[in-house]
Design a protein around this ligand. Structure first.
Ligand code: ADP
Ligand code: F6P
Length: 319
């Protein structure tokens, strides 16, 4: 193992830069050469590789986004595209590739490893939707962004005694809504993992009003449906003034939290250690605060478990 490359792929996540920095610095510390790849798999296919040294990752640990940029690349989903990518890596003398991304990016990493490229995946996504790891890089920062917004919305909702529906990201995974719902003291949490009855929700809202609640905050994961539509339904059924707020890509930006930086640094360092141990086709995660790794196939096949305990606590505390 002499030379490795690193790329970021899929939706960006705060902490990706800290992960890239950790990969680069750990590799250099161990006498490896490092190439950065711009624009994920698209950049790899286009040969957008450049040599990285210690100063290439100076002053990025605290920055949101990804200095390597990111992309979604249809061509890489085809065998031909992946062959092109593998040949480029061979031409640059790259022995191994570290991919920071979500499950789609991991699938890509798994497939290119079949063409003789050693690969390690780091979980970079705000969704926290990877079953094998307790947390993904970016989730904590996005959660704090959502909570900040929820606290602001609570002020205006209380002033106007309104219902507020807040739509957060997470197509198939309700973790952002769940954690933000608990930490933001929401009256209801609507996630794809749980059944959802609109009329039950309206009943809960009216009961809250009868108990003297000044506001009703509903945390809605985007995968369940749109906030506008739900707000309209709530207003029609309850006759309470209701507003919808879609937080959108705000959730993906901003400086990473200390917790995400520490996580990204630990994971990035482990990725290099694994490569030095001759490992390939592994993903790095965290379980019970221990950094761990797992076969990519096994990790992708795992079914996510929804945290029912948190959901029940949030429901009880919103009484
Ligand atoms: P994420 O990694 O955040 O889940 P995507 O699902 O958009 O994001 O995947 C990012 C990129 O990974 C895709 O644009 C594509 O290049 C690659 N990818 C995704 N799925 C596959 C697949 N089934 N086969 C090969 N490459 C894939
Ligand atoms: O996977 C991360 C994520 O932010 C999802 O929560 C969201 O549904 C999606 O990406 C949005 O993707 P795009 O970058 O295409 O807007």
């Amino acid at each position: 193992m002499k030379k490795i490359a690193v790329l970021t792929s899929g939706g960006d996540a705060p902490g990706m830069n800290a992960a890239v920095r950790a990969v680069v610095r750990m590799a250099l510390h161990n006498g490896l050469e490092v190439m950065g790849i711009k624009r994920g798999y698209a950049g790899l296919i286009n040969g957008e590789l450049f040599k990285m040294d210690r100063s290439s990752v100076s002053d990025i640990i605290q920055r949101g986004g990804t200095i390597l940029r990111t992309a979604r690349c249809e061509e890489f989903k085809q065998e031909e595209g992946r062959k092109k990518a593998a040949n480029i890596l061979k031409a640059y003398g790259v022995d191994a590739l570290v991919v920071v991304g979500g499950d789609g990016s991991f699938t890509g990493a798994k497939l290119i490893s079949k063409l003789g490229v050693k690969t390690i995946g780091l979980p970079g996504t705000i969704d926290n939707d990877l079953a094998y790891t307790d947390y993904t890089i970016g989730f904590d920062t996005a959660l704090n962004t959502v909570i900040d917004a929820v606290n602001k919305l609570r002020d205006t909702s209380t002033s106007h005694e309104r219902v507020s529906v807040v739509e957060v990201m997470g197509r198939h995974c309700g973790d952002l809504a769940l954690y933000a719902g608990l930490a933001g003291g929401a009256e209801a949490i609507v996630v794809p993992e749980k059944g959802f009855d609109k009329d039950e929700l309206c009943k809960t809202i009216l009961e809250g009003k009868a108990k003297g609640k000044m506001h009703n905050l509903i945390l809605l994961a985007e995968g369940v449906g749109g906030a506008d539509e739900l707000a309209k339904h709530i207003e029609e059924v309850t006759s309470l003034e209701t507003r919808a707020t879609i937080l959108g890509h705000i959730q993906r930006g901003g400086s990473p939290s200390a917790s995400d930086i520490v996580l990204a640094s630990r994971m990035g360092a482990r990725a290099v250690e694994l490569l030095l141990e001759g490992k390939t086709c592994r993903v790095v995660g965290i379980k019970n605060n221990e950094i761990m790794d797992m076969d990519i196939d096994e990790a992708l096949a795992m079914e996510r478990k929804f945290d029912n305990e948190l959901y029940d606590i949030a429901a009880a505390l919103s009484y």
